[in-house]
Ligand binder design. Sequence first.
Ligand code: NDP
Length: 472
Amino acid sequence: DTPQIGVAGMAVMGKNLALNIESRGYTVAVWNRTGSKTEAFVKDHSDKNLVPSYTIKDFVNSLEKPRRILLMVKAGQPTDDVIHEILPFLDKGDVLIDGGNTFFKDTMRRNAELDSSGINFIGMGVSGGELGALKGPALMPGGQKEAYDLVAPILTKIAAKAPDGTPCVAYIGPNGAGHYVKMIHNGIEYGDEELISESYDLMKNVLGMSDDEMAKTFAEWNKGELSSYLIDITSKILTYKDDLGSGKPIVEMILDRANNKGTGKWSSENALELQVPQSVITESVYARYISMMKDERVNASKILPEVVNKDIKIDKDKVLEQIREALYFSKIMSYAQGFEQMEIASAHYDWDLQYEQIASIWRAGCIIRAKLLEPIMNAYKKNPQLKNILLDDYFKDIAGKYQDAARNVTSLAVQLGRPVPGFSSAITYYDQYRSAQLPANLIQAMRDYFGAHTFERTDRPGNFHYTWYKEQ
Ligand code: NDP
């Protein structure tokens, strides 16, 4: 069979996606810079319809036209290198898909560059890690719509399926839209992980719960509205014992320095650039940064005083339920910010993003898959122009029911000296967003006082400057 698609890049993601595509009845051409990896891969899967090539030219020429090539190589310069090597062998109308974790502005640039030579370029966010790639990832492709249509049948077959059977792939929008949405997905992932970790910290250090008890609690929470992949794996992680014999749960033996690959930072940087409040995700990025300063923290822990009231009466069952409610409330704030950022970006970059569809394709395959995405879908189904999910009835009701818990958990943590950047930024965002009046008038007054930056008035239009002081 002539291969209907080629996969370039035989590291873990490329190999698993190639096997996934092959398992849906396609013949897949495969190529890797280091040929021995291609050779080993096809040898390990000799019963599969895989066609190896050891030069780019052979690889491209082996494909059915218009050609469909999925790049799964290291993001950044390596992606540019491979594109430039492939380009001379492509014809007008061929489709290149970059499935790497690429910065969306690189995708916008590449899409424009290749478009001028008649090559279609799709930047596709892929989520779900190696297992997702093999069994069914969530896919977020952006680029030329007609190019998407050429690859849609394959992508639809390999994507994860939501509980109602809907494939977790959809055309996201032009140029960098797909990689942008993947970036927001990753930012939201940072927020979710931070909020779950804060919940764990409060259970452990305020309520004195054991890892087994916490595991059971998270498993219980996973049956309700918090149901999600990350809550599920948390409940499992807490049950694993140290494999090096300390007798402790493995999680308690893991150093508390949270690393990152920069995608959370990208979404925060873009929020700053587009002037969108995105505090929960950004606090989560900062939380990882301060976690990395382990030596400094250990040193400061011996120097800086802690003055807290240890006599606060705590009703364990009550506080535990409040943590659950605060977690759901805070997660909603994080998603509200992430979706509003996408709305503002969509207008800014002219993408026409479809939020119901985005929520839909995040329901399976990806890391943030969660029950919460169903009410988000419903909110955008009812009103595709919705400014912020908090204005939808479901979320308005949750905010009404759970804000008391969000306030109590945050203030309890603050009184006891436990850091809760996620929880506190969530309730603060809620209070800012619903405030008709903020103290920004005083900021404007100061700006006008020292810099004559002018201000608007509450009672009439126009820009005003006040004569704060007379020249001496
Ligand atoms: P890596 O990101 O580790 O990339 C390794 C691959 O890139 C190898 O095939 C390597 O070829 C190739 N490569 C590196 N530099 C060059 C170059 N200059 N020219 C040609 N080929 C080059 O692999 P992963 O499978 O982990 O990820 C692939 C992409 O998917 C990345 O962009 C990643 O961010 C993204 N991704 C990864 C996920 C994951 O869970 N790992 C999840 C979602 C997306 P060689 O063998 O010759 O060195």
